[in-house]
Design a protein around this ligand. Structure first.
Ligand SMILES: Cc1cc2nc3c(=O)[nH]c(=O)nc-3n(C[C@H](O)[C@H](O)[C@H](O)COP(=O)(O)OP(=O)(O)OC[C@H]3O[C@@H](n4cnc5c(N)ncnc54)[C@H](O)[C@@H]3O)c2cc1C
Ligand code: FES
Length: 359
């Protein structure tokens, strides 16, 4: 029988029961305690907390996200650490005003559709047996069949759509979940298990500033959820979407976002950008969007970004480049929200980002 321990979470003074084989973060999120987290697989360091009292197993924490001296100082990664005794931990628990957050739960569902929308990008639709309530921008952890592994995918559907999930999955060559399952044997009708919602990369409804949204590849998924949600409201801040891809074959959702831009000319501007379409070759292939890296197109469009709020999501190098640009253009770190699509490779090589930047 698996043992349980009591975990006291400071400074909020809440206590949760946590199984000996359960990450402390998981127990907190299921109890509705919104502890900081991002990747949930020991890579980003966002969930780092102070162990005030008790013993833990550090689990599979990346040596980059939790260095040896930090372990010695009593730091833990809550998404990896599980209790070996009753504990007291101190985490940076804060909840932004105006956000409706929902406890993590387990769900089951059925794959209803697989659609190839771009080169090596597949949209997966899953009909859940029960409603999943989430904030736009959050993600789920999908159990990979036949393995103990889970993989995280952002929800692209708006939060009003609680039973039909939309995931955008990019193929990683040799990847367990993408290449080996979603682009392999996964088929309509297949039963799947998942948990969620996770993440703090969520649309901030209380912020009135216009939003600059930068997405690389399938980093579009959480931003699509935010845009679909925001534009369904009768009013809201102006949104600029910069979606980067290499070539036209790698870009998707173009018709949908062009239609949204045409329907909401005062609220939404769409800038798809192709990095292999250089400015010197602007008309090649009839391309009428941005030519160059998404950051170059954004840099040319905005002299200053102060007075805006930034949402950035995609592969970690793109996210870093976009953050540097936004800060150079006078946007403060506190006004930038980010989601890095860290993978197992980042866990092995390090993917820790600046603590200055918002999660
Ligand atoms: C918060 C979050 C949200 C995400 N949302 C999305 C999304 O919406 N869409 C999307 O496409 N992706 C998303 N991702 C990425 C996704 O979770 C997976 O990382 C990605 O799909 C690859 O998973 P995989 O199982 O196919 O590959 P994996 O088997 O995880 O392999 C990934 C890479 O790591 C290498 N690797 C595997 N194990 C090791 C090891 N032990 N040491 C060194 N290298 C190793 C592999 O060779 C491969 O190159 C998200 C990630 C995060 C953190
Ligand atoms: S959430 Fe724990 S290391 Fe990323």
């Amino acid at each position: 029988m698996v043992a349980y321990h009591r975990v006291s979470v400071e400074p909020v003074g809440r206590e949760v029961r946590c199984r000996e084989d359960q990450p402390i973060l998981d127990a907190c999120l299921r109890a509705g305690i919104w502890v900081p987290h991002s990747c949930t697989h020991g890579t980003c360091g966002t969930c780092k907390a102070e162990l005030i009292d008790g013993e833990v197993d550090h689990g599979n924490a990346s040596a980059f996200a939790l260095m040896d001296f930090e372990r010695d100082e009593g730091k833990v990664l809550l998404c990896q650490a599980s209790p070996r005794s009753d504990l007291v931990v101190e985490a940076d628990v804060d909840v932004d005003e105006g956000l409706e957050l929902h406890p993590v739960r387990d769900f089951t569902g059925t794959v209803t559709e697989l659609a190839d929308v771009a080169r090596d990008i597949r949209v997966v639709r899953i009909a859940l047996d029960e409603e999943l309530r989430f904030a736009p921008g959050q993600y789920v952890a999908l159990r990979v069949p036949g393995t103990p592994a889970t993989r995280t995918y952002s929800l692209a559907n708006p939060p009003t759509q609680r039973r039909l999930l939309e995931l955008h999955v990019r193929r990683t060559p040799g990847g367990l979940a993408s290449d080996g399952w979603v682009f392999g044997p996964m088929a309509a009708g297949e039963r799947v298990s998942l948990s969620g919602p996770y993440g703090r990369f969520v649309f901030r409804p209380a912020r009135p500033e216009p939003a600059i949204m930068v997405a690389g590849g399938t980093g579009l998924a959480p931003i699509a959820s935010m845009i679909r949600h925001a534009l369904a409201a009768p009013s809201g801040p102006r949104l600029y979407l910069y979606h980067g891809a290499r070539t036209r074959a790698d870009l998707y959702c173009v018709d949908e976002f062009r239609a949204l831009a045409a329907a909401h000319p005062d609220r939404f501007r769409y800038r798809p950008c192709l990095s292999e379409q250089t400015p010197e070759d602007p008309a090649g292939g009839g391309w009428d969007g941005g030519a160059g890296l998404v950051t170059d197109v954004l840099a040319a469009d905005f002299d200053r970004c102060s007075g805006h709020v930034g949402y950035v999501c995609g592969p970690p190098p793109m996210v870093d480049a976009a953050l540097k640009l936004l800060m150079r253009k006078r946007l403060f770190p506190r006004d930038i929200y980010r989601e890095d699509f860290f993978s197992e490779a980042d866990r092995a090589t390090g993917g820790v980002r600046s603590p200055l930047l918002r999660r």
